[in-house]
Design a protein around this ligand. Structure first.
Ligand SMILES: [Cu+2]
Length: 128
């Protein structure tokens, strides 16, 4: 009986982990139709994995190090971003290719970020 319980627990754990990687599906999850009064139940359930429970905006400045139009990414050597709790560093961000018009490697830029799960997407970029 004890062995059976352990096996069941292991199965449940495996199922939960598998469900984690398939957020896009999950139609049977009771938490899916979120009532307006309850803020982001899915995020709360995943709290251990999230750096930030919800999207957050931040502003930064830095220098363009690399651009990948096809992938829609930009690498920025950015100064510290207190709103994100980040020190200065060089890192890649998602960016809509349309925003990369007129942006070149070596440009000093100011940018807006949308932060989600510790990753950032550049939502605006300009040369001050
Ligand atoms: Cu960074």
């Amino acid at each position: 009986m004890k062995t059976l319980s352990l096996t069941l627990a292991a199965l449940l754990a495996t199922t939960s982990l598998a469900a984690c990687g398939r957020k896009a599906e999950a139609p049977a999850t009771p938490a899916a139709p979120a009532p307006a009064a309850t803020p982001a139940p899915a995020s709360n359930a995943m709290a251990g994995m999230d750096m930030a429970p919800a999207d957050k905006m931040a502003k930064g400045v830095g220098v363009v190090k690399a651009i990948d139009m096809a992938a829609g990414t930009i690498t920025l050597d950015h100064e510290a971003i207190p709103q994100a709790g980040w020190p200065a560093m060089t890192m890649g961000f998602k960016i809509a290719p349309a925003l990369l018009d007129g942006v070149a490697i070596g440009d000093h830029v100011a940018f807006d970020l949308k932060l989600h799960d510790g990753a950032g997407e550049v939502t605006a970029i300009s040369k001050p």
